[in-house]
Structure formats: structure tokens, C-alpha cells
Design a protein around this ligand. Structure first.
Ligand code: NAD
Ligand code: GLY
Length: 359
């Protein structure tokens, strides 16, 4: 078991990483404050992992809400359902919400915890690779609105993150690959050595090797914890670098009505597009672009967006949250392991990239 820390002064919190943590009451109990617990999970994850988690808290008052599975259920109506349970059971400000599941459960339960009595404790227990390396850490919580994804949300840091890497053994392979896109992102963004490690150990990761998975969860959390500690609310620019590949990816996701690809799959293609545009601008070398393309492809992720016209992707990019003073800011690469954000690029380079990778 390893413990990392997100340093945020009085709101600092630990990230525990290890195989079998859910069967370690001694490790879990000190991290979960309060006598009243609301465990939130979904119909897929609860039968697998909720009994072990619940067993760790035999003396607390414990309620459980099991939501239907899927992104379409990350709604204000379901957050409201959680709030109703908290209110009707007279949970106080010292109660704790435990989110057991992937990013959907984590974002929704975190949002309800952020709202209830202006904020009660939430413990994130992520069970997908994407949630363990990304969404459970950093305090972004949200629900979707019919007008767009994550439009209603709050920053609300957890009091602890418990990443039991043994839970990844039951994850469908497609979900594991989607999580790998975010892992590759960390290497590309700021750690060339980690990128190289991924190139060397990809087969182990794809085969679900526990030691390899534990390594990527730890390294990814170290990077994310450092960035969140420096720029909690994405005000200084550090945290915005985590959007590497996402501006391209989100545009493809929204152009395809969020139905074609998982988020991580869109990020995979987005990473290749960000590297290709950096190449267009004479930043990364041709060899580096090949390395990015190859790693994304070997991970079983898409490397281009077939079937969506470049002009449509461009249109969706222009309504991105990162448009400032009418100019879209992009996260690009100087080289593998060195990302930066800029609005200073030629439109031609962007259009050439989209022509080459979309349609
Ligand atoms: P998800 O929560 O939908 O989980 C993917 C699937 O895997 C679901 O069917 C789930 O039930 C299943 N599952 C989860 N754990 C399992 C396990 N151990 N074994 C078997 N099946 C399991 O998707 P996700 O990729 O984890 O998260 C995506 C969500 O995260 C999106 O809503 C996205 O907006 C959000 N997100 C948030 C942040 C953030 O910073 N808050 C960052 C990235 C993504
Ligand atoms: N997933 C991007 C962030 O947490 O900022």
C-alpha cells in the first residue's frame, strides 16, 4: 500500500493506492470520518465491491443508494435523489458520502456532497482506471445538463481517495483502454521517462498485470496531485495542461453526440491530433509524432476521427470552454514530456491537422 498526498493546506488529503484495500478495514476506517455514511454506487459495481466496503464500517449508521449504470444517469435528478436521502434521514454536517465506482458515480456523489449543507465530506473510492488516475483526484464534481456535459458542478475536494487496484481486474477491456488514454496524457504532458516506460510495458498493462497497473496509478496520481496542489481551480494555467488532447477529443465527442466513443477513446485520438498539430508548427519531431501515434494505436485506441468532417470538428472546437477573447487556446507539445497552452498558432496548421485526422 502507498500513500500520496494532495497538498491543499487545511484541505489536504491522502490518496491510498494498493491491491485489496477494500478488504482492509484497518486502512479504510481512519480515512472515513463521521457516524453517518451514505455509500453511493451503481448496479454494476455494488454487487462486486460494496459488501466488502460496507463490512469495514459495522458501527456507523450506513445507507446505500445504488444508481443505474451509465453516463445518462449523471443528472441533477439523481443528485437530487441523493440529497433527498440525506435530508430525509437527517444526516448532519458531519456525515460522509462514499462514492464507490467510476467517474460517473464519483462526479455525481461528489456533487451531492458539495451541495448538502454547503458541503459535507466525500471519500472517493474509484474502481475504473480512468477514475483512479484522474477523476477521483482533484475535486471537480459535476452532473450533466441536456445542454451539455458537466455544465452543473462545483469544486469539492474529497477528504480521502482510496484506489484499490485489485478492482481493475473486473473492468471491461474497453474501459481499461479508455483509462490508458489519460495515463498516456500524463507522460506526454510532463514526464518523458514515464512515456517511455509506457512504451516498454504496454503489453503488461493491456493484460491487466497488477504491478504494472499499480505503477501507472501511482505515477499518474503523483502528477495530478502536484498539479492540483499548484492550481486547484484552474486559475494559474498549470491545471489547464491536463486538457492535453481534450479540446480535440471533446469536439469529436460532441460532434458525434457522445454516442460513438468513450471519453478516453476520444482523448486517444485527441492526443494524436495535438501531437500532429505540434508537428505542423515545427515543434515535436517526426519521430516523436510516430511514437505518440504508435502508443495510442497499440493501446487499442482510435488515432483519428473517421466519419466526422473537419469543418464540423472545428465548429465544435470553437464552442470549447477554453475560448478566450474569441481565440481558442490549445494545449500543444514542445516535445514528448513538455506541454504548454497557447492561443498563438496559425489557423492553417489547425485546419491542416483536422484535414489529416478527421473525415
Ligand atoms: P463510468 O463511471 O461510466 O465507468 C465505466 C463503466 O465501468 C461503467 O459501466 C461502470 O459501471 C463500470 N465499472 C466501474 N468499475 C468497475 C469495475 N471495477 N469492474 C467492472 N465494471 C466497472 O466511466 P469512467 O470512465 O470511470 O468515468 C467517466 C466519467 O468521469 C464521465 O462522466 C466524465 O465526465 C467524468 N470525469 C470526471 C473528471 C473529474 O475530474 N471529475 C475527469 C475525467 C472524467
Ligand atoms: N480532468 C481534468 C482536471 O481534473 O482538471
Amino acid at each position: 500500500m502507498e500513500t500520496l498526498k494532495v497538498e491543499l493546506g487545511s484541505r489536504s488529503y491522502p490518496i491510498l493506492i494498493g491491491a485489496g484495500l477494500l478488504t482492509r478495514p484497518d486502512a479504510l476506517r481512519p480515512l472515513v470520518p463521521g457516524r453517518d455514511l451514505l455509500i453511493v454506487s451503481n448496479t454494476t459495481v455494488a454487487p462486486l465491491y460494496l459488501p466488502a466496503l460496507a463490512d469495514a464500517f459495522p458501527t456507523q449508521r450506513r445507507l446505500e443508494v445504488i444508481l443505474p449504470d451509465g453516463e445518462v444517469h449523471k443528472t441533477l435528478a439523481n443528485a437530487s435523489r441523493l440529497l433527498d436521502v440525506l435530508v430525509s434521514n437527517r444526516f448532519g454536517r458531519d456525515a460522509t458520502v462514499i462514492a464507490l465506482g467510476g467517474g460517473v458515480v464519483g462526479d455525481l456523489a461528489g456533487f451531492a456532497a458539495a451541495c448538502y449543507q454547503r458541503g459535507i465530506a466525500v471519500v472517493q473510492v474509484p474502481t475504473t482506471l480512468l477514475a483512479q488516475v484522474d477523476s477521483a483526484v482533484g475535486g471537480k464534481t459535476a452532473v450533466n445538463h441536456p445542454g451539455g456535459k458537466n455544465l452543473i458542478g462545483a469544486f469539492h475536494q474529497p477528504v480521502a481517495v482510496i484506489a484499490d487496484t485489485a478492482t481493475l481486474a473486473t473492468l471491461p477491456p474497453r474501459e481499461l483502454r479508455a483509462g490508458l488514454a489519460e495515463v498516456i496524457k500524463y507522460g506526454l504532458m510532463c514526464d518523458a521517462q514515464f512515456f517511455e516506460w509506457l512504451e516498454q510495458h504496454l503489453e503488461e498493462l493491456l493484460a491487466g498485470d497488477p504491478a504494472a497497473l499499480a505503477h501507472v496509478v501511482r505515477r499518474s496520481c503523483e502528477i495530478k496531485a502536484r498539479i492540483v496542489g499548484k492550481d486547484e481551480r484552474e486559475e494559474r494555467g498549470d491545471r489547464a495542461l491536463l486538457n492535453l488532447g481534450h479540446t480535440f477529443g471533446h469536439a469529436v465527442e460532441s460532434a458525434t453526440g457522445y454516442r460513438k466513443w468513450l471519453h478516453g477513446e476520444a482523448v486517444g485520438a485527441g492526443l494524436v491530433m495535438a501531437a500532429a498539430m505540434s508537428r505542423e508548427l515545427g515543434l515535436v519531431s517526426p519521430e516523436e509524432l510516430v511514437r505518440v501515434h504508435t502508443l495510442v494505436e497499440r493501446s487499442g485506441l482510435p488515432t483519428r476521427s473517421a466519419g466526422v468532417a473537419p469543418a464540423t470538428v472545428l465548429e465544435h472546437m470553437r464552442i470549447d470552454k477554453k475560448v478566450q477573447a474569441g481565440r481558442l487556446r490549445l494545449v500543444l507539445l514542445r516535445r514528448i514530456g513538455n506541454a504548454f497552452m497557447t492561443s498563438d498558432y496559425s489557423e492553417d496548421a489547425l485546419e491542416r491537422t483536422l484535414q489529416a485526422y478527421c473525415g
